[in-house]
Design a protein around this ligand. Structure first.
Ligand code: URA
Length: 236
C-alpha cells in the first residue's frame, strides 16, 4: 500500500492532507523520514511516526472503554459529555462507532469499532450476544423478583417476553444478571416490571469478554483473543 493511502486509512485526513504531511517531512518509518507519497509499504507489524508521535498500523480498530457515568453514546451529545470526547481526532476520523449503547448514567464495558461486520455480529438481535450487568436497586431484591426475571417479563411496546439468566443476588440491593437481547433501557425496564428500580447500572461483560482492568474513562485496543471472546455466544 502507498504511504499516502495508508495514512488516510489510519485517520490522518483527506488524501491531500496526508500528501501534505508526507511532503512536510512529518512522517517517518523506523526513524527515516519518507517524503515520497507513493512509497510502498509492507503493512505487517508496521509502526510509523507522525510529527514524532508513534502509531501502529491497524486495519480495523476494536476498543474496550470503561465508560464513566455522565457520558452519552452519541456524537452529538446534548446534555452530557459524549464518549467520543474520550478519543483523539485520528481515531474519530476512522469512523469509530459504539457497539450498542449504554445509557448516559450506565457505567462499564463499552466496545467501539470501525469494523461494520464486527458491530453487526455483536448487535444483530438474532446473534443473542450475552451482556452481564450489575446494579444497585432502590428496594431490596426479593426471591419472587428473581424468579420473575428468570421466567421473563413483558415490556411495553415490545413483542415477547424478556428473561434474564444467571441472576445472582450480590447483596440486599445488589444484583447481577445476564440478558441476551438489547432493547432500549432493557435492564431498567425489566427491574421496573418486577416492581423494583435500578439506581445504578454497570456493564461487566459482553459475550465472553469481561471488562478489563481499566480506570473509568480509560480504554485499550482489544487483541485478537479478546475480539473473539466478545463475539462468543454463551449458552442461554
Ligand atoms: N439496560 C439499561 O436499562 N440501560 C443500559 O444502559 C443498558 C442496558
Amino acid at each position: 500500500m502507498f504511504l499516502e493511502k495508508m495514512l488516510q486509512s489510519q485517520g490522518f485526513g483527506s488524501r491531500k492532507h496526508c500528501q501534505q504531511l508526507i511532503k512536510n517531512g512529518a512522517v517517518a518509518i523506523q526513524g527515516e523520514v519518507i517524503s515520497n507519497v507513493k512509497h510502498k509499504l509492507n503493512l505487517n507489524d508496521l509502526t510509523f511516526t507522525v510529527y514524532g508521535e508513534s502509531f501502529d498500523y491497524r486495519e480495523k480498530v476494536y476498543i474496550a472503554l470503561n465508560k464513566p457515568q455522565g457520558y452519552e453514546c452519541s456524537h452529538q451529545a446534548t446534555h452530557h459529555f459524549s464518549v467520543f470526547d474520550l478519543f483523539d481526532d485520528v481515531l474519530l476520523n476512522r469512523g469509530l462507532q459504539c457497539v450498542g449503547r449504554l445509557d448516559q448514567d450506565t457505567s462499564g464495558l463499552l466496545l467501539l469499532t470501525d469494523d461494520g461486520q464486527f458491530l453487526q455480529a455483536l448487535t444483530h438481535p438474532k446473534k443473542h450476544v450475552a451482556k452481564v450487568y450489575r446494579m444497585h436497586t432502590a428496594d431490596p431484591v426479593t426471591v419472587e423478583q428473581i424468579q420473575q426475571l428468570e421466567q421473563g417479563v413483558e415490556l411495553r411496546n415490545e413483542a415477547g417476553l424478556f428473561a434474564a439468566t444467571d441472576v445472582m443476588q450480590l447483596g440486599d440491593n445488589e444484583l447481577q444478571l445476564t440478558i441476551h437481547q438489547g432493547v432500549y433501557h432493557q435492564v431498567k425496564r425489566m427491574l421496573a416490571a418486577v416492581g423494583n428500580r435500578v439506581e445504578q447500572l454497570h456493564r461487566q461483560q459482553i459475550g465472553g469478554l469481561a471488562l478489563p482492568e481499566l480506570e473509568e474513562g480509560q480504554w485499550i485496543y482489544l487483541d485478537p483473543v479478546q475480539i473473539d471472546l466478545a463475539k462468543q455466544r454463551m449458552a442461554i
